[in-house]
Design a protein. Structure first.
Length: 265
């Protein structure tokens, strides 16, 4: 059965970040994910995780200067040393929080630089991150992001992340298949999931086009979740959506699936 993780960056926005762990557990979640934990002490985070009997499914490596528009460093030539430091910091958090997936963001396409040079940098950096992550049993995941929410992001299509996984060719680099981005850019979700299945390390869900609970909009999520169950997806599905009202009130769609823990911890 698919296991759902609350996304504590988007869910429970009415609460302070640390309180969101308690709220997710009260609502029956067994897993949580979030973007950037680095403003918080890792031991404080661990206390919330342990105290609520939660698993951390995933978080992101530091993305560079987010407030100034940076969206990752992995595909940015000249930023390699900084990139390596961000991986070092992320792994220090992983050691304490025990997540099995780390999302490493590529960054934006720089049209002053040949695409091939950015791609070479991306490949080298992801290879570096994977080699550092290996001894922790940690998988690096790569996400294609839609051009409407994040104009200029370096990777927009699921097959691009698959190509990077194949070129690097190690078993701890996989696809973060965000169904919301995939529907906006490409559609044909079941065929795409089926084709890429072996390379998928994490999934995220939200309604399209509004990025709310996955119970409305143009994607038939009940069908997709049952399909993922049937084909044996045993990883986490992150609830990466902005709730329509409160997160707790909007969880009716989740009742058949609550309480499940992913096998790929
Ligand atoms: O889909 C997203 O926006 C996130 O999964 C992410 O990591 C980048 O913002
Ligand atoms: Mg996502």
């Amino acid at each position: 059965m698919p296991a759902f993780a609350a996304n504590l960056t988007m869910n429970y926005p009415e609460l302070e970040f640390l309180e969101r762990f308690d709220a997710a557990a009260r609502d029956g979640f067994k897993g949580v994910e979030f973007l950037f934990p680095y403003a918080f002490d890792r031991q404080d985070l661990k206390t919330r995780v342990r105290g609520n009997d939660l698993h951390v499914a995933l978080f992101n490596a530091p993305p560079g200067n987010w407030d100034q528009g940076e969206r990752g460093l992995a595909a940015l030539p000249g930023r390699e040393e900084e990139f390596e430091r961000t991986i070092g910091l992320a792994l220090e958090y992983s050691q304490v929080l025990g997540n099995s997936r780390l999302h490493v963001m590529a960054g934006l396409r720089d049209h002053d630089i040949p695409y091939e040079r950015q791609m070479e940098t991306y490949l080298r950096n992801i290879e570096y991150a994977a080699s550092q992550a290996k001894s922790l049993g940690l998988t690096i995941v790569l996400e294609a992001i839609n051009t409407r929410n994040m104009p200029g992001y370096f990777v927009n299509y699921q097959e691009e992340t698959k190509a990077v996984c194949d070129l690097i060719g190690v078993d701890n680099v996989k696809i973060q298949f965000d169904l919301y981005h995939a529907q906006i850019m490409q559609g044909d979700l079941v065929v795409r999931l089926e084709t890429l299945f072996e390379s998928i390390g994490h999934i995220q869900a939200a309604s399209v086009p509004d990025r709310h609970e996955p119970d409305a909009g143009e994607v038939n999520y009940p069908y997709l979740f049952k399909w993922l169950d049937r084909v044996g997806y045993r990883g986490w599905i992150g609830c990466e959506y902005n709730p329509r009202s409160t997160t707790s009130e909007g969880l009716g769609w989740l009742s058949p699936w609550l309480g499940v823990i992913a096998k790929t911890l």
